[in-house]
Design a protein around this ligand. Structure first.
Ligand SMILES: Cc1cc2nc3c(=O)[nH]c(=O)nc-3n(C[C@H](O)[C@H](O)[C@H](O)COP(=O)(O)O)c2cc1C
Length: 337
């Protein structure tokens, strides 16, 4: 029987040749202009040569004010589109599909001027105090996600991932630990979901393709969102046409995380089972056997790999060998592949 890791999966007409996804990873390698450069071309295209089914480009910021680092890729200007387009073409030339993660850091932004968040609470003792977003700030930021989506479409991406994890802006709205608002964006979880809902609705005005959302499905805090909150959000996202929930954890408050092989998989499994939506599993997944176990037991639908793909851009081949599969490599590598 064919290993499930090497079976295709289709989302809204976009077929991934296998279940291996390159998890978004900031490369902190862009210049101030936020544009794609040679590093990004080499880094992402190498993984496409390595037969990764879906290459997800790192957290790419929708406004300069929302940068996670001064060296993030950006999608706040039309001038950033040609570089992204060239990158997409380069990846697709090797048979991989392309995704881009759209993000905004909120209170974790490095911007030198004022920074924005749902409430005027810093991330930690050293953190800058953000401005509580006004209705106008919310409207402008939702609009920035819409413009970012249009630019991603113009660049030719196949899939959009909205970054609602790791304590960045959308995650801040979702979490009672960071969102103390008294208006329609705060309070009950229905209200805390409102900002993400508006972002997804704005994305959909520019985008008919698949939409993934990355969440932090565990906030590691007794007063933070709990499992039933994430199931609620996942069900709402499904109603809004989201195709997959990419289940990461943490980042909303500074707290130690117990990291072990597959440490986040139980969240992908729980959301898949309880909200009946495809999920992505991520976090210390390193072997083909481990990936195959997750897929065959229906614990998740896609396997997101981050650091293992930095160590081994040819991980797909390694995993195929381990699972007794043969996969095609680039024609040029035939003598060795
Ligand atoms: C260098 C680096 C940069 C990262 N940047 C992002 C990012 O841009 N967006 C995101 O959602 N997660 C980011 N992550 C988290 C990874 O996508 C992934 O969830 C995490 O590393 C756990 O997976 P792993 O054990 O396979 O590395 C980053 C991780 C690393 C190591």
């Amino acid at each position: 029987m064919k290993a499930k890791l090497f079976t295709p999966m289709t989302f809204k007409g976009v077929t991934l040749k296998n279940r291996i996804t390159m998890s978004p990873m900031c490369m902190y390698s862009a210049n101030e202009d936020g544009k794609v450069n040679d590093w990004h071309m080499t880094h992402y295209i190498s993984r496409a040569v390595g037969q990764v089914g879906l290459i997800m480009v790192e957290a790419t910021t929708v406004t300069r004010q929302g940068q996670i680092s001064p060296r993030d890729l950006g999608i706040w200007s039309d001038e950033q589109v040609p570089g992204l387009k060239k990158l997409v073409e380069g990846i697709k030339a090797h048979g991989s599909k392309t995704a881009i993660q759209l993000g905004h850091a909120g209170r974790k932004a490095v911007y030198k001027g004022e920074i924005l968040a749902p409430s005027a609470l810093p991330f930690d003792d050293q953190g800058k105090i953000p401005l509580e977003m006004t209705d106008k700030d919310i409207e402008n930021t939702v609009h920035a996600f819409k413009d970012g989506t249009r630019r991603a479409r113009e660049a030719g991406f196949d899939i959009i991932e909205v970054h609602a994890a790791h304590g960045y802006l959308i995650s801040q709205f979702l979490s009672p630990l960071a969102n103390k608002r008294k208006d329609k964006y705060g309070g009950a979880r229905e209200n805390r979901f409102q900002f993400l809902k508006e972002v997804l609705e704005a994305v959909k005005t520019e985008w008919e393709g698949p939409i993934f959302v990355r969440i932090s499905a565990d906030e590691y805090h007794s007063e933070g969102n709990q499992a039933e909150d994430f199931i609620f959000y996942a069900k709402e996202m499904k109603k809004l046409g989201v195709d997959l929930i990419d289940c990461s954890t943490g980042g909303i408050v500074r707290t130690p995380i117990n990291v072990y092989p597959g440490y986040q998989i139980s969240h992908a499994e729980m959301i898949k089972r309880k909200a009946f939506i495809p999920t992505g599993a991520v976090g210390m997944i390193t072997s083909g056997l481990q990936a195959e176990e997750i897929l065959q037991n229906d614990r998740a639908d896609l396997i997101f790999l981050a650091r293992e793909l930095l160590r081994n851009p040819y991980w797909a081949r390694t995993a195929a060998e381990e699972l007794g599969e043969e996969i095609n490599g680039p024609e040029q590598y035939k003598p060795a592949w």
